[in-house]
Each structure stands twice: as C-alpha cells, then as structure tokens.
Write a protein that binds this ligand. Structure first.
Ligand SMILES: *Cc1c(COP(=O)(O)O)cnc(C)c1O
Length: 224
C-alpha cells in the first residue's frame, strides 16, 4: 500500500468539520483509491476524463467524484451521468454544455467557477470582470440543470507565503462580494482552494474545500 495513512489521519484531524477534503488521485492506481476509501474517504478528485471514467467503473458507487482539471466541452457527456462536482468551469459555453448534458441525464450538476488568482500565465480561470459578466449572463438566462455552488482557485506556485495568502484572500473577498450583492439569487457555499503545499494557508483564508494529492498518495510520476 503506497498511501500515507498517518498523513491522512493527521489532515482529517487538522481540517475542522467545515472543510471538505478532496483526495486528488490523478495518475494513481485504483487500489490506492480503494485503500483510502477503506479508511473512510469518499471525495476524490481527477483531472483526466478517460482516467476518471475507468476509475468510476472499477470503484465503489458511493464515491463523490470531483473533476478538477480543465474540462473540454466535447468531453462533458462522458462524465455527466455521475460527476459530483466540476471545479474548473471558466466559460458560459462550457456551462451551457454541462447544462445540456445534465438535462439529458435528468440531473443537476454542481459547478464551481474557476477564478484566476495567481501571477502565472499558465493557470486557467476568470478574472474579476469576466466573472461579473458571466454571473450577470446567468442571472438573465438561468441554466436549470446546473447549480453554481462556489468558486475555485489556484495560488501561484511559490515559496512566498505572503503572496499565496494574498491570492487566497482575493478569492475569499470575491466570494463574499458575490454573496453580499446577491448577483445570483442564491448564496455560494464552497471555496475550493488549497493543495498539498499551501492548504494550511488556504484554510486560514477561509477555504471550505481543499484538494490534496501528493501528501496522501506520494509524488506523481507522469512519465510512466
Ligand atoms: C493535481 C492538482 C491538485 C493536487 O495537487 P497536490 O500538490 O498533489 O496536492 C489540486 N488541484 C488541482 C487543480 C490539481 O490539478
């Protein structure tokens, strides 16, 4: 077994009941997910559609599968029947496709809007102005089979704790602003921020959902 049991128990203790742990299992074998499942973990995050489908087929049906990668519109249909939460939504066209596929499956799909908070060009997400536009478009043209329940963000990959803190704080302030202004007619409840290297800072800044991979499953090897 290559999962880190001690670390898992430590993290579970550290997160108070208000913070949900999404165990990020991308590139890791189904057996490792099963091991963590056997310890009680139910929320798992994946980045690649084909890999997610294979694992969903092989593993227990009561797992909550989170899609945390960059989702292409033409792949939504493959995960629509079972996906629990899509974290990285960053366009109206993607939302519309999710809405369409959710309707086909007679369900509502929960989504988080991904916000660009880092200082790096490589990260996806909406800036503040794009977020505002998107929320107003949704308010005018409701999508009945998607539920936007929060925001997601990734901080800069940096040693600078103050920078990371500032970026997470920015996301929290956007979240509060949306709820105060009631731009959409229901409150957002989830802020998905924090990974292995920065989740303690994220929790201090108000995260309600952390996405942790390598601390639980070990480093990823993309070349195998
Ligand atoms: C891979 C990934 C994570 C987990 O990263 P770790 O550093 O292994 O904890 C979290 N969020 C997203 C969006 C990811 O792609």
């Amino acid at each position: 077994m290559s999962i880190n049991k001690e670390k898992y128990n430590e993290i579970i203790k550290e997160l108070n009941a208000k913070v949900t742990l999404v165990a990020v299992s991308k590139t890791k074998p189904a057996e490792d997910i099963q091991s963590l499942y056997d310890l009680g973990q139910r929320d798992f995050g994946e980045n690649y559609v084909q890999e997610l489908i294979d694992k969903e087929t092989a593993l227990p049906k009561d797992i909550h599968w989170h899609f945390i990668g960059h989702l292409q519109s033409n792949k939504v249909k493959f995960i629509a029947p079972f996906i629990y939460l899509i974290h990285g939504v960053d366009s109206l066209s993607l939302l519309k496709e999710i809405n369409k596929q959710a309707a086909k499956n007679n369900r509502t799909i929960n989504c988080l809007l991904q916000i660009y908070i880092a200082k790096e060009e490589t990260k996806f997400g909406l800036d503040e102005k794009e977020l505002d536009e998107l929320l107003h478009q949704i308010a005018m043209e409701p999508l009945n089979n998607v539920s936007i329940i929060g925001l997601m963000g990734m901080a800069s990959f940096s040693e600078d704790k103050n920078l990371i803190k500032k970026e997470f704080n920015h996301l929290k302030r956007l979240f509060d602003k949306i709820n105060q202004l009631s731009i959409i007619n229901y409150p957002l409840s989830i802020i998905s921020m924090g990974m292995s290297s920065d989740y303690t800072i994220a929790i201090e800044e108000g995260s309600t959902m952390v996405r942790i991979g390598s601390l639980l499953f070990g480093e990823r090897n993309y070349t195998k």
